[in-house]
Design a protein around this ligand. Structure first.
Ligand SMILES: Nc1ncnc2c1ncn2[C@@H]1O[C@H](COP(=O)(O)OP(=O)(O)OP(=O)(O)O)[C@@H](O)[C@H]1O
Ligand SMILES: [Mg+2]
Length: 321
């Protein structure tokens, strides 16, 4: 039995399509009960990796186990332990949300009664009760994504794969999805998700690997990665040069690291978004300086690439898969 601490493992995983190698030796380990993020741009190899880990796709070399089971030799055992929500999901558009869930429940051999009960439970957890009796094709993007996830959870799998769970969602739906994912972890699941957003990996993940062109280019905890790419930045704009100069003086030259003269804008790095921003605002208010606008910039995936590789991320043709 493999080391039970790590529920998902891949060692030196390689995958080619014809002559093109798209995974060039990916290694990862996901600890039980944690959230692990696979972060990378379009074409990095995220979906390919998830499909291999979830037994849907073969590979050329490497070792891959889920729950201690080899994904090739014991694919059935792996399948019964996982839930998968992908970029192409298994919802029947013509059935209602409830029907989709109950049907999946019966596929997993739940009794009619427990399939109904589990469907109701998931509809409640995922805030889909009001829409439960409408065909899935009438759902909004966010509702549809929640239904996709709910359907994959019907059998309460201990290991969950989520391929870009929030791409294309508006901020509110994204946060709703984040809450759901955090609750799954609280309930004991081990989760591997893919994302193109550093912010999302930062919010959810205990550990992150960054992949690009089929290779791991960075890994660590969110804090370790963020420390590499630099801090959040606060940007303040003033409506006149006078206000701007007063503010620069008060905030102190040391923390002000740039100013665009025509816009009267000050930018500064901040360590703690909760404390530091409030402190700056308080200082300015005491001095009766009015701010025209204010923004906090978080490091992006681009910043990660820039700091790790010295260049911005490789741009591939936009794919929709
Ligand atoms: N069936 C296939 N045949 C040939 N090449 C493929 C196939 N599927 C994927 N690829 C290629 O493999 C590489 C990795 O694709 P993959 O779908 O894993 O990327 P991804 O990180 O999921 O990207 P996205 O963010 O766009 O979903 C890409 O260059 C893609 O073009
Ligand atoms: Mg993908």
């Amino acid at each position: 039995m493999a080391d039970a601490k790590y529920v998902i493992r891949a060692k030196n995983l390689r995958k080619s399509y014809g002559k093109t190698e798209v995974l060039k030796g990916i290694s990862l380990k996901v600890q039980k009960g944690t959230i692990f993020a696979l972060l990378g741009p379009n074409g990095a190899g995220k979906t390919t990796t998830v499909r291999i880990l979830s037994t849907l796709l073969g590979y050329q070399s490497g070792e891959v186990t889920v729950g201690g089971h080899d994904v090739r030799k014991e694919a059935d055992k792996v399948r019964s332990a996982i839930g998968l929500t992908g970029q192409s999901a298994a919802v029947d558009e013509l059935l209602t949300g409830r029907e989709n869930l109950e049907m999946m429940g019966r596929l997993y051999r739940l009794t009619t009664k427990s399939a109904k009960a589990r469907a109701q439970e998931l509809l409640e957890d995922f805030d889909l009760v009001d829409a439960a009796n409408r065909p899935a094709k009438t759902y909004s993007g966010g509702m549809r994504r929640r239904l996709d996830l709910a359907v994959s959870l019907i059998a309460t799998p201990p290991v969950i794969f989520l391929d870009e769970p929030t791409t294309g969602l508006d901020p509110r739906s994204r946060i709703a999805m984040w809450n759901i994912i955090e609750k799954l972890k609280k309930d004991g699941a081990t989760i591997l998700l893919t994302t193109q957003y550093l912010e999302e990996a930062d919010q959810l993940a205990d550990r992150i690997i960054v992949i690009d062109g089929g290779k791991v280019i960075a890994e660590g905890t969110p804090n370790q990665l963020k420390a590499k790419v630099g801090k959040d930045r606060l940007e303040l704009t003033f409506s006149s040069v006078k206000e701007y100069q007063k503010a620069a003086k008060i905030i102190g030259d040391k923390s002000v690291d740039g100013a665009a003269a025509d816009e009267y804008m000050l930018t500064m790095t901040i360590n703690d978004i909760n404390k530091d921003v409030a402190q700056v605002l308080e200082k300015l208010e005491k001095a009766r300086i009015t701010i025209a606008s204010m923004a906090v910039h978080k490091p992006t995936l681009d910043d990660v690439f820039l700091s790790v590789t010295g260049k911005t991320k490789s741009v591939e043709k936009k794919e929709t898969n």
